[in-house]
Ligand binder design. Structure first.
Ligand code: DUC
Ligand code: ZN
Length: 462
């Protein structure tokens, strides 16, 4: 199909300009002040913002957590994503402990995702064991288009010790790759969980108390000290709080390359959610937990100063029935929240409309920066000639209210229930296909696996 989008405002990280956009087959073929094209279907996008398709660099679909599997798999999850303007997700494939290879992990995640996705997709690779074979596999991963990795400083099934953390970071740096790292101090958190249980404190309100901000900041500090020794760039994923952010700034000021990712739940919710009656706090159990207002303010300010490079979701949804697994013991509540459908509209409503960030910064953290960091630029993350025609036609005047009654997730609860939205998705193009219009998916299952190149992000961090 050939489409001509006329009269819209094309948004990039550097500015917003009134331009027409011509799409043919899968690509953007022209961006200019005034385009005429007799062969194209003309779509009037006057008063609309045109964003490069949003990229969510942190989702968990079809993932086993606490002996259960996320409510959303790649089919339902990527439908929710595309309805919200996310044209690409980077999920996490994982190696398993016990002598397994990265290749096995990658194959397993391809089996989960291939043929089921309604947006484009790729994987980061979680490394949970380090040996000669794993080391040799890094180059094979790169050849498969996996150029970013994930390391955990918590969770028994995933954790790597400091020795391996150092060795892995060093190897990744040699290969011009980097890891996103889940930073929480496992040992102290385990002790705090044990104490809470001994004292009979078993409700979800204890969840933030056993995973305090100090133990996230400690892990960030340790990670960055190790990364410095290894000469490695790193990303702190799902950054939640001021103390951890201060550690990042210290390292940046000393010359280290540290990328930061946060998520809408840390920008928009505070830890009072864990006090909700009737076990409702379980809905918000995720790791790291939701923090305080002072932390939200710090994250918004950091974003306004371009010190946070990307906002992803950490999408990891469970039904209410699944969340009830921890009714008598909060440590058995499967951790995670849905979010992939509303990242763009929430950021627009509570970020741009409230004057906390600009439209251009929204474009950076949702599209342009993840595209660069994850080796997709300029194929994705920009509306320019030659790029994939992944375009979000955004209506700044569209209103909505988030509700589990209407959302697209397989999960039956939404942490942003009742949040008002000012600004909404009008249409979505995925590689030139019109896939979403009038809040409906009109063409599903169009997602393909994208092989990624190396990180090309080289903007100032401190
Ligand atoms: N945190 C969660 O809450 N869920 C999945 C993974 C993670 O790090
Ligand atoms: Zn995660």
């Amino acid at each position: 199909m050939r489409y001509l989008l006329k009269g819209g405002t094309v948004v990039s990280g550097n500015g917003s300009f009134r331009k027409d956009v011509l799409i043919s087959d899968e690509k953007i073929i022209k961006v200019d002040d005034h385009i005429e094209d007799a062969a194209a279907v003309v779509i009037d996008v006057t008063n609309r913002l045109l964003f490069p398709g949003f990229i969510d660099g942190h989702t968990h679909f079809d993932l086993e957590v606490c002996g259960t599997v996320t409510a959303d798999d790649f089919a339902s999850g990527t439908k929710a994503a595309i309805l919200g303007g996310t044209t690409m997700v980077v999920d996490f494939a994982s190696q398993e402990k016990g002598g397994h290879t990265l290749k096995e992990g990658l194959q397993k995640w391809h089996e989960k995702a291939d043929g089921k996705c309604s947006c484009d997709y790729s994987f980061h690779m979680s490394i949970v064991e380090w040996n000669e074979t794993t080391e040799q596999e890094i180059q094979e991963m790169i050849a498969e288009g996996i150029t970013s990795f994930k390391l955990y400083m918590t969770y028994p099934a995933m954790i790597v010790n400091d020795t391996d953390l150092y060795k892995i970071l060093k190897k990744l740096a040699e290969e011009n790759c980097f890891a996103g790292v889940h930073c929480e101090n496992a040992g102290v958190i385990d002790a705090l969980i044990e104490e809470a249980k001994e004292q009979g404190r078993l409700g979800p309100e204890n969840h933030p108390l056993v995973r305090p901000d100090t133990m996230e900041a400690e892990a960030v500090h340790r990670l960055l000290a190790i990364a410095k020794e290894a000469g490695a760039p790193v990303m702190v994923v799902h950054l939640t709080n001021k103390k951890a952010f201060d550690e990042i700034q210290k390292a940046r000021n000393a010359g280290q390359i540290v990328y930061a990712e946060t998520c809408p739940q840390y920008l928009l919710l505070d830890d009072s959610v864990y006090q909700k009656p009737d076990y409702e706090g379980a809905k918000y159990v995720c790791a790291p937990p939701i923090r305080k207002k002072v932390d939200q303010d710090c994250l918004w300010k950091a974003m306004a100063e371009d010190k946070i490079q990307t906002v992803a979701t950490d999408q990891c949804s469970f039904t209410w029935e699944q969340k009830r697994m921890g009714l008598h013991d909060f440590s058995k509540i499967p951790g995670g929240l849905p979010g992939v459908q509303t990242r763009g509209t929430l950021l627009y409503t509570y970020g741009v409309r409230q004057g906390r960030i600009t439209t251009e910064q929204m474009c950076k953290v949702l599209s342009e920066n993840p595209s660069k960091l994850y080796g997709l630029y300029p194929q994705k993350g920009v509306i320019a000639e030659g790029s994939d025609a992944d375009i979000v036609v955004f209506d700044p005047e569209k209103e909505g209210i988030i509700s589990a009654d209407t959302h697209a997730y397989a999960a039956d609860n939404n942490p942003f229930e009742g949040f008002a939205l000012q600004g909404g998705i009008d249409k979505v193009f995925l590689r030139g296909h019109l896939v979403v219009a009038q809040d409906q998916i009109i063409l599903e299952n169009q997602g393909t696996y994208i092989k990624r190149l190396l990180n090309s992000f080289n903007e100032k961090l401190a």
